[in-house]
Design a protein around this ligand. Structure first.
Ligand code: KIV
Ligand code: ZN
Length: 519
C-alpha cells in the first residue's frame, strides 16, 4: 500500500528565479516557461510580482489568461495597492492565489520596516483579509521567518490563518537555517498554533549555505505540505531550492520521506534546458539530476560495476529524469523522418512548418559538421522555435588580425530595412574587436561582465555556445549564441544581449523597482 503524502510543488522560477542577476525574461518567454511548468506537473506557478513593473503585471495577467492546469499566483506586499494590483492581474485565472508577505524578524522589524510586533500583526491581518476579499486561495509569508523569534512567529501565523490564509509559508529568506533548525520550526508551529490544521504549511528556502534542498526536505519530514522551489535552483544570490533535486530526493528516498509530488520526472531535463536557454544561466556540469555529467561514469571500476549491474553505481535511471538512453548521431544523410523522430524523443512537438525550417537548418549544419548529436539538435530546434523579438539582426563579420597586432574588424547588422556596417580598429583580440564594433554599430554601449564558451557536443568541429553577461545602467542582461565559428557565436551572443537591453529600454516590460525593496 502506498502511504505517500502528496506534497504541493509551488514553482517560483518566474518570480524569485527571475530575481537572479541577468535572468529577466520577456512576456513571451515567461509564457513558454509557464506552459512547460504545467507539462512538468507543478501545482502552483508564482508568475510574478504584479506591482513591480508594468512588464511584471502584463506577464502575470497573460499567464493567468492563457496558462491553465495549475494555480497561478501573484506576489504582493501587505498593502492595499499591491494586493489590488495582484488581483487585477490574476482575476482571469481559473485557479488563482494571492501571496502576501511581510517581514517578521527583529532585524527586519527594526531596520527595514521600523514597526513593532503589534503593528506587524495588524498589517499582516489586514493584508490577508483584503486578499481574501478577492479570492479563497491565500498564501501568507512572514519574510525572514527562519530568523524570527519562534513565539512571535507562532502568533503571526495564527493571526494570518484566522484572517483567512489557506497556506502559511515559512521562508528562510537569507539561507541561514540548518535542517534541524528548519524541522524544529515546523514542528513547533504544528504543536503550538491552535488553528494550524486549517492551513497548509509551506517551506521556502534560499541556498546561501548550500542547504536549501536539505532544509526543505527536513521541513517535509516535520510535516510541511508544500515546497517552494525553482528550476535549476535559480534565484536571488545563491538561488532557491532546486525543484529537480527536491522532487527526485522525495521520489528516490520515499522510504525516508513517505511523500511524493505530481511531477512528471521525465520532463525535468527538457524543462531545465528550456529555463537555461531562456535565461542564459548555464547549468553546471556536475549539477545533481540535470547536469550533463549527472549520469556519466568515468572511473574504470565504476564503469565495470555499472556494466555488470546498473544499480551498483546508479540510484536512478537517466531516462527517469528525461535524459535519452542514447546520444544517437544524425548526419548529412539522415532524412526528415529520422529528424522528426529524434526531435519528438527530445520532447519537442514541432508543427509541420517548424519541422521544415529545422530540417533545412539541420542540413546546413550537417554540411559544416559531420555528426549531429542530440545536444546540437536541441540547440538548433530551440533557435528555430523560440522567436526572440530582436531589433538588431547579425549579418556577418570580417576580421584581420595577427599575433601582437591591433585587429581590424567590420561587422554588419540589420534593423528593419536599415543595414549598418561598422569598421573598427582596436580591441584586445578578434572577439573584443567584434564587441566594440557591435556597440558602435548599434549605438548601445554596455560593460561586458562575463563571457563563457562551451562546446555543445564533442569533436573539434563541435559547435561553440557562447554566453555573455553585460551591464547596462546597473542592470544585467544575458545573451547567447551558437555557431561552429566561435567568433560568430560570440557576436550573436553579444548582439542578443544588446537586443535585450534595447527591448527593456523601449518596451513595456521596463523594470521599475517598487517603492520598497523586493523580497
Ligand atoms: O525569500 C523570501 O522571503 C521570499 C518571500 C516573498 C516568500 O521570496
Ligand atoms: Zn525568496
Amino acid at each position: 500500500m502506498n502511504t505517500s503524502r502528496r506534497i504541493t510543488i509551488f514553482d517560483t522560477t518566474l518570480r524569485d528565479g527571475e530575481q537572479s542577476p541577468g535572468a529577466s525574461m520577456n512576456i513571451k518567454e515567461k509564457l513558454e516557461v509557464a506552459h512547460a511548468l504545467v507539462s512538468l506537473g507543478v501545482d502552483v506557478i508564482e508568475a510574478g510580482f504584479p506591482i513591480a513593473s508594468p512588464g511584471d503585471f502584463e506577464a502575470v495577467r497573460e499567464i493567468a489568461r492563457q496558462v491553465h492546469g495549475a494555480t497561478i499566483c501573484g506576489l504582493a506586499r501587505c498593502n492595499p495597492a499591491d494586493i489590488d494590483r495582484a488581483w487585477e492581474a490574476l482575476q482571469e485565472a481559473p485557479k488563482a492565489r494571492i501571496h502576501v508577505f511581510l517581514a517578521t524578524s527583529a532585524i527586519h522589524r527594526e531596520f527595514k520596516l521600523r514597526m513593532g510586533k503589534d503593528e506587524i500583526i495588524q498589517r499582516a491581518v489586514a493584508g490577508v483579509q483584503r486578499a481574501a476579499s478577492y479570492c479563497g486561495d491565500i498564501e501568507f509569508s512572514p519574510e525572514d521567518a527562519a530568523r524570527t523569534e519562534v513565539d512571535f512567529l507562532c502568533q503571526v501565523v495564527e493571526a494570518a490563518i484566522d484572517a483567512g490564509a489557506t497556506t502559511v509559508n515559512i521562508p528562510d529568506t537569507v539561507g541561514y537555517a540548518t535542517p534541524s533548525h528548519m524541522a524544529s520550526v515546523i514542528r513547533t508551529l504544528r504543536e503550538r498554533v491552535p488553528n494550524i490544521e486549517q492551513a497548509v504549511i509551506s517551506i521556502h528556502c534560499h541556498n546561501d549555505l548550500g542547504l536549501a534542498v536539505a532544509n526543505s526536505l527536513a521541513a517535509v519530514e516535520a510535516g510541511a505540505g508544500q515546497i517552494e522551489c525553482t528550476i535549476n535552483g535559480i534565484g536571488e544570490r545563491a538561488g532557491n531550492c532546486a525543484l529537480e533535486e527536491v522532487v527526485m530526493a522525495l521520489r528516490v528516498r520515499n522510504d525516508v520521506y513517505h511523500a511524493d509530488t505530481g511531477i512528471i520526472s521525465q520532463r525535468l531535463v527538457p524543462t531545465s534546458r528550456l529555463v537555461s536557454n531562456i535565461t542564459g544561466i548555464q547549468v553546471q556540469r556536475n549539477k545533481a539530476i540535470v547536469g550533463r555529467n549527472a549520469f556519466a561514469h568515468e572511473a574504470g571500476i565504476h564503469q565495470d560495476g555499472y556494466l555488470k549491474e546498473r544499480t551498483t553505481y546508479e540510484i536512478m535511471r537517466p531516462e527517469d529524469v528525461g535524459f535519452l538512453k542514447t546520444d544517437l548521431v544524425l548526419g548529412k544523410h539522415s532524412g526528415r523522418a529520422a529528424l522528426a523522430d529524434r526531435a519528438k524523443s527530445l520532447g519537442y512537438q514541432l508543427t509541420e512548418d517548424q519541422l521544415q525550417t529545422v530540417f533545412e537548418k539541420f542540413k546546413e549544419l550537417a554540411d559544416k559538421k559531420k555528426e549531429i548529436y542530440d545536444s546540437d539538435l536541441a540547440v538548433l530546434i530551440e533557435q528555430q522555435i523560440r522567436e526572440i523579438p530582436r531589433q538588431w539582426e547579425f549579418l556577418g563579420y570580417e576580421v584581420s588580425v595577427a599575433t601582437g597586432d591591433v585587429p581590424e574588424v567590420t561587422v554588419r547588422v540589420r534593423r528593419g530595412d536599415e543595414e549598418v556596417s561598422h569598421t573598427n580598429h582596436g580591441g584586445d583580440g578578434p572577439i573584443d574587436a567584434v564587441f566594440l564594433a557591435l556597440e558602435e554599430a548599434t549605438g548601445v554601449h554596455v560593460v561586458c561582465k562575463d563571457f563563457q564558451v562551451h562546446s555543445v557536443s564533442v569533436g573539434k568541429d563541435a559547435q561553440g555556445e557562447v554566453t555573455v553577461e553585460v551591464d547596462y545602467h546597473g542592470q544585467s542582461y544575458r545573451g547567447r549564441g551558437v555557431s561552429t565559428d566561435t567568433v560568430e557565436a560570440s557576436a550573436i551572443a553579444f548582439l542578443d544581449a544588446i537586443n535585450r537591453v534595447a527591448m527593456v529600454a523601449d518596451g513595456p516590460s521596463k523594470k521599475s523597482t517598487p517603492p520598497a525593496a523586493t523580497p
